[in-house]
Design a protein around this ligand. Structure first.
Ligand SMILES: [Zn+2]
Length: 327
C-alpha cells in the first residue's frame, strides 16, 4: 500500500507477517538527484517484495537512493542490507550503530532474563521465536553517523536530526521545521504504545524516554509520521497520554510490590497488559518477554528514584519497596 502524504513524500506499508504490529511504515522522499527511504522492514522475503514493488510504482531508482534508519530494531533496520547499493548512504545514530556492530550476545540476554526470574524452560524458545533476532540484518553495514541537529536535504525537504533515546539507546527522529512534520520512528505512536524495555543494567531507558518526550513536546509539529500505523496531528496530546500511561504503570507496579519482594517476571505476571489473552499463562512467549523487559525498565526507573530497591539472592534478583522512601 502506498499513500501520498505531501508532494514527493510517500508512505509505503511493509508487512510484518504474524506480528501484532502488522506492518511498518517506510517513508520515501523522492528527488531527481538522491531519494531517501526512512526505515525499511524485516529482512525477509515478503517485506523485500513489497518494498521493491512500492519503489518501482513510485519510479524510485534504487541506485540513487539513501536510507535513514530511526533505530536498531529489525523491523526498521533489517531490510536495509537487501536494499542498499554500493552508492547508498545509510544514515544512522552512533549508539545503535555501536550496538549493531558489536553483534548480538545471546548469553547476556539469557543470563539477565534468568537473573530476573524468566523460567528456564521458556527462555530458549523466547529467544528463538523473537522476530527481532530472526529477521535482523546480519551483514556488516557501513553507517554514516548523524548527530543532534545534523541535516539531510532532499529536494524541498530539509530534515533535522533529533536524538530521542528511550525506545532504544540511540533512537533518532527527523524533523522538518518548515513543513512541521516529524518522522517519529517508534518514539511516538498513535494508537499503540512504544515498548520501553531493559535487558541490561547499563541504562535507564524509561527516564531517557520521558525526557525525550518532554523535548519533542516543545517542537512545533503539525503532522507526526510514525513507524507503525497511521499519521496523526495531535502530537502534544499524544505525548501527554504516553506520559500518563507510564505513570499509571509505575503506580500499578508499586501496588504489586506492596505484596512483598518479588522478581521481575513475577511482577510482570501481575501487571495489566493491553493484550487480547485472558491470563498471563496464555500469553505467547514473546509477549511474556516484552512484558518482562518493560517491567524491568520501570523497576530500574523506580530504583533510581529511590522508591524500589533490588537485592540478589543466590542467582535471582528480587525487588522490594524501599521503606525509607516516602511515596
Ligand atoms: Zn522499535
Amino acid at each position: 500500500m502506498i499513500e501520498e502524504i505531501l508532494t514527493n513524500l510517500y508512505r509505503v506499508e511493509i508487512p510484518l507477517p504474524k506480528n501484532p504490529l502488522k506492518a511498518i511504515n517506510s517513508y520515501v522522499v523522492k528527488n531527481s538527484e538522491r531519494n531517501l527511504v526512512v526505515d525499511t522492514g524485516w529482512n525477509q522475503e515478503e517485506a523485500l517484495n513489497t518494498m521493491q514493488t512500492g519503489l518501482r510504482e513510485l519510479g524510485v531508482d534504487i541506485t540513487k537512493t539513501d536510507f535513514f534508519i530511526t533505530h536498531l530494531h529489525a523491523d526498521h533496520l533489517g531490510l536495509v542490507s537487501s536494499l542498499a547499493t554500493s552508492t547508498s548512504t545509510i544514515y544512522f545514530n552512533q549508539k545503535d550503530a555501536d550496538w549493531y556492530n558489536s553483534g548480538i550476545h545471546l548469553d547476556n540476554f539469557v543470563n539477565f532474563a534468568r537473573l530476573n526470574g524468566f523460567p528456564e524452560d521458556e527462555l530458549q524458545e523466547a529467544l528463538y521465536t523473537h522476530p527481532g533476532l530472526k529477521y535482523r540484518s546480519q551483514v556488516h553495514l557501513a553507517f554514516h553517523i548523524l548527530r543532534e541537529d545534523d541535516t539531510i536535504n532532499v529536494g524541498d525537504y530539509l530534515f533535522k536530526c533529533v536524538e530521542t533515546p528511550g525506545h532504544t539507546l540511540g533512537h533518532m527522529c527527523l524533523y522538518e521545521p518548515h513543513k512541521k512534520i516529524f518522522m517519529a520512528g517508534d518514539h511516538i505512536l498513535n494508537d499503540i504504545t512504544p515498548t520501553i524495555q531493559l535487558w541490561s543494567d547499563e541504562w535507564n531507558p524509561l527516564k531517557e524516554y520521558l525526557t525525550s518526550l518532554d523535548k519533542v513536546y516543545k517542537f512545533d509539529i503539525e503532522l507526526v509520521l510514525p513507524g507503525h500505523r497511521g499519521a496523526f496531528r495531535n502530537c502534544k496530546e499524544r505525548i501527554q497520554e504516553l506520559k500518563y500511561h507510564h505513570q499509571k504503570r509505575l503506580d500499578e507496579m508499586i501496588s504489586v510490590l506492596k505484596k512483598g519482594s518479588q522478581n521481575a517476571f513475577q511482577i510482570a505476571s501481575q501487571m495489566t497488559w493491553d493484550i487480547v489473552y485472558d491470563s498471563w499463562d496464555l500469553f505467547p512467549i514473546t509477549q511474556k518477554w516484552f512484558a518482562s523487559g518493560e517491567t524491568i525498565s520501570h523497576l530500574k526507573y523506580l530504583e533510581e528514584k529511590g522508591v524500589v530497591q533490588k537485592e540478589t539472592q543466590g542467582k535471582k534478583r528480587v525487588y522490594s519497596l524501599n521503606l525509607n522512601h516516602t511515596i
